[in-house]
Write a protein that binds this ligand. Structure first.
Ligand SMILES: [Zn+2]
Length: 481
């Protein structure tokens, strides 16, 4: 059911952008447009300018498995909301992590300390996404992606690991665009009891209207300062969209959805060579908006949509709950300002705000030391003012975690590389004394990093600050040959 007229116009947009992108070494471009309500393909450009011969021009990219970059993050956010694991704006840790040698970085290589989950999604921050996936579980997320319609995930959860959320798996533009279309269709489905076997939505796991609605809201935020020059985009329709950029700048994705349409765009080189500066937002994003602007607006007033955008969920689709304005968690007895939000039903079982404390009648907002260390660099208004003697913890290890297994690669000469320990102290001016297995190893101030060379086996690092506060971390060094 290709719409011939639309197909011609989408092809022409793809060809024009392809002409432009070829000049920066990006030779291939694919676009697919789907009708959300029927999931029919309205336009299909497997590769732009098919007549211009170049290596790879005959590849139908819409069916080719490519690294997914960040394009799967909205499904994870939605799944965590639906399960009540997070609320829309729950603060997530954005601090360095290292899990058996896997140490994700944000696109701009900075850490924010703590970021609301919705903002982490809109800005596509990698580190909070890894925390989200860790919370949800890789096997469970892999299963969810398959149920959502991803047909290219043939390997095990342990093969993908946490990189599953950062492009460690391959997907096709066709599958991914269909999955986004189903998010929209699932939201607008008014009678889920009638979904039978053979129905496209049969077994589709993301069904909570409130979780879907908050996901669309987060994805309509066009505040993505890290990636795009918005002056290049002439007119911006309201679209829930996400970009993806794969490792090595090989794949640029932009996939967006409205109540009526899903549009997927991929730019790159069919043969796989990366291009510095090839990012989803800069190359695929503007193409996607040009295509959306072609599509006829649907002005019908429906139960879940109006004027081409999603209406708020109906009474009965959500629960009302009081949420801490500062942490995004359910309000605890110690919180100050609160918002009342319409949330997914399972939200009521999520964790109450762990950061507000009331001591002697005074209210304090206190992040754990490792989050605070980075948060303070981006939030000058944050002042940690809990009286020192009232504080439960002055210090926290950023690396390693207690109980960590650390795999150490050997150098070429057979020697073992050192391990850099990383600690946050609430008071940077305090001197900290380091001990490994009860032997003194050195002292640090301001930046608390210490490189040590423990042998294979179990160890303990203990640090003591000048006031006598002490913390320890136990870990095991494994031969990473
Ligand atoms: Zn609070």
């Amino acid at each position: 059911s290709i719409d011939v007229n639309l197909q011609r116009r989408v092809q022409s947009i793809a060809d024009q952008w392809n002409d432009e992108l070829t000049s920066i070494g990006v030779n291939d471009l694919a676009v697919v447009v789907k009708d959300v309500r029927t999931e029919e393909t309205l336009a299909y450009v497997g590769n732009a300018n098919p007549g211009r011969k170049r290596p790879g021009s005959e590849v139908d990219i819409i069916r080719s498995p490519r690294s997914t970059g960040s394009i799967l993050k909205p499904l994870l956010y939605c799944a965590l909301l639906q399960d009540g694991d997070i609320l829309p704006n729950t603060l997530l840790p954005d601090v360095p992590i290292n899990i058996n040698g896997f140490s994700p970085q944000n696109f701009n290589r900075q850490f924010n300390g703590a970021v609301p989950a919705s903002e982490a999604l809109a800005r596509s921050l990698n580190v909070p996404s890894v925390h989200m996936l860790r919370r949800f579980g890789v096997p469970k997320f892999l299963d969810l992606l398959r149920k959502c319609g991803m047909t290219t995930l043939h390997k095990s959860a342990s093969h993908y690991g946490l990189s599953l959320i950062l492009g460690g798996a391959e997907g096709t533009l066709g599958d991914v665009t269909a999955m986004y279309a189903r998010l929209s269709e699932s939201y607008q489905n008014t009678d889920t009891s009638r979904i039978g076997k053979g129905d496209r939505l049969h077994g589709f796991p993301l069904t909570d209207k409130s979780a879907l609605w908050w996901t669309f809201e987060a994805l309509k935020e066009v505040n993505r300062p890290d990636e795009i020059d918005w002056r290049l985009v002439t007119s911006v329709k309201k679209v829930a969209w996400k970009t993806g950029t794969s490792y090595g700048f090989r794949d640029a994705w932009a996939v967006g959805v409205t109540p009526d349409y899903a549009v997927g765009v991929w730019a790159g080189n069919a043969q796989g060579q990366g291009v510095p500066g090839l990012t989803g937002a800069r190359t695929a994003g503007p193409v996607m908006f040009d295509v959306f602007n072609l599509l006829p607006a649907n002005e019908y007033d429906r139960e879940y949509s109006r004027n081409g955008w999603f209406k708020e969920p109906d009474y009965g689709d959500y629960v009302l709950a009081e949420v801490c304005k500062e942490s995004g968690h359910l309000k605890s007895i110690s919180c100050g300002r609160v918002d009342t939000l319409a949330l997914p039903r399972k939200s009521v079982r999520s964790e109450p705000c762990p950061y507000h404390k009331v001591i002697d009648g005074e209210r304090y907002f206190v992040l754990p030391p490792s989050m605070e260390w980075y948060y303070r660099q981006h939030h000058p208004e944050y002042s940690y003012s809990l009286p020192k003697e009232k504080s439960d913890s002055q210090m926290e290890f950023i690396y390693p975690e207690n109980g960590a297994m650390i795999y150490i690669p050997r150098q070429l000469d057979g020697s073992i590389q050192g391990i850099t320990f990383n600690l946050a102290h609430r008071d940077p001016m305090k001197t900290v004394f380091w001990h490994i297995d009860n032997e003194y190893a050195g002292q640090t101030r301001i930046i608390h990093q210490m490189t040590l060379n423990p042998a294979i086996g179990r160890h303990n690092v203990t640090v003591v600050d000048e006031s006598g506060n002490t913390i320890s971390v136990g870990f095991t060094v494994c031969d990473g040959r």
